[in-house]
Design a protein around this ligand. Structure first.
Ligand code: PEP
Ligand code: MN
Length: 350
């Protein structure tokens, strides 16, 4: 059960509600985000007690977390949610279409910086780049780890671009959150429940990729783990699923975009790079994603794309990215969604 508290609630009132509920045998945990402030009760609660909680002063309403009405669902929140990244003042999920771009992996500060400059000039507002890489083979490049995080941190300060980078383990969450604006949960970790809870508790914006063989329901349940910790700052990312088709790396499930948008209030973006695994398919799939109603894209771009240490077959060179952005502009005009721009007044924080 989720207890949603009034917007203007005081700390004293929250303490009162928590102690009343605990005395009545309903221990709860306070969600990490400030609005809406929620208390999560993990055990089953009778209808009578649920009604009683609803009458406590300071309680706005109570949500039963059944499969049909969960925190991720439009039944809980009918309006579409936006996820805000403070650096650059970017909102994902509003009318503006957001493009994230950058190398698959952070390889050096020079390459990261040159790629950041190349993509921001061409209209990207969010810089991607993995410092910790979950590779299929243990012998492949595993990322630069903490020094990669430091490079991302310095690059976001220099450019004013917010960053998104993957976190692989619960113990890394605080460290990654200090160096990046958004935490990425990769496809291979979509059902790593301790990790989902840890990013939920962090209260930081999260990019949750769809698991390689996850159904939409499993994907939304994974998001539910994050929201039930009180963190509503979640963006979903469709990145292709495993099917029998092997002409592409994965099969991009574009129908999942309108399906998820009808079921859930969370923003959805598309990764045409990891789904297709092929440079020549990134642009047509990116355009299709914009046309089908995605809120943004995340694209692999590398200044020396053929030499990329990770996923070179799908990395666009800056000119290819420029061509994609030019065509995207026309699709966005057709669907009446302006491209998000980095706020020129934004001052990098911390
Ligand atoms: C990535 O974006 O770097 C990545 C590893 O993607 P995925 O988890 O979707 O495979
Ligand atoms: Mn990759």
């Amino acid at each position: 059960m989720i207890v949603v508290l009034d917007d203007q609630i005081s700390t004293y009132q929250i303490e009162q509600i928590v102690s009343n509920m605990t005395a009545a045998g309903l221990p709860s945990t306070l969600g990490a985000q400030s609005k809406p402030c929620v208390l999560v009760v993990e055990r089953a609660v009778s209808e009578e007690r649920r009604k009683w909680v609803g009458t406590l002063p300071g309680v706005s309403h109570v949500v039963t977390t059944s499969d049909s009405c969960r925190l991720t669902s439009r039944c809980y929140r009918s309006e579409s949610s936006t996820v805000t990244l403070e650096r650059g003042r970017i909102a994902i999920g509003g009318n503006e279409f957001v493009v994230a771009a950058g190398p698959c992996a952070v390889e050096s500060e020079e390459l990261l910086g040159a790629t950041a400059d190349a993509v921001v000039q061409r209209g990207a507002v969010l810089l991607r780049g993995g410092a910790f890489k979950p590779r299929t083979s243990p012998y492949s490049f595993q990322g630069l780890g903490e020094s990669g995080l430091d490079m991302l941190d310095r690059t976001r300060h220099r450019t004013g671009m917010p960053t998104v980078t993957e976190v692989l383990e619960p113990s890394q969450v605080d460290r990654v959150a200090r160096s990046s604006d958004m935490l990425q949960i990769g496809a291979r970790n979509m059902q790593n429940f301790p990790l989902l809870k840890a990013v939920g508790r962090s209260g930081r914006p999260v990019l949750l990729k769809r698991g390689i063989s996850a159904t939409v329901e499993e994907w939304l349940s994974a998001a539910e783990y994050i929201l039930s910790e009180g963190n509503f700052q979640v963006v979903l990312c469709e990145r292709g699923i495993r099917t029998y088709e092997n002409s592409t790396r994965f099969t991009l499930d574009l129908s999942a975009v309108p399906v998820v948008k009808s079921l859930s209030h969370l923003p959805v973006i598309v990764d045409p790079s990891h789904s297709s695994g092929r440079v020549d398919l990134v642009k047509p799939l990116a355009l299709a994603a914009a046309a089908v109603g995605a809120d943004g894209l995340i694209i692999d771009v590398h200044v020396d794309s053929r030499e990329a240490l990770c996923d070179a077959n799908q990395a666009l060179a800056p000119e290819q990215f420029a061509s994609l952005m030019g065509s995207l502009d026309r699709i966005l005009t057709a669907v009446n969604r302006p491209l998000a721009r980095l706020s020129s007044t934004s001052k990098p924080k911390n």
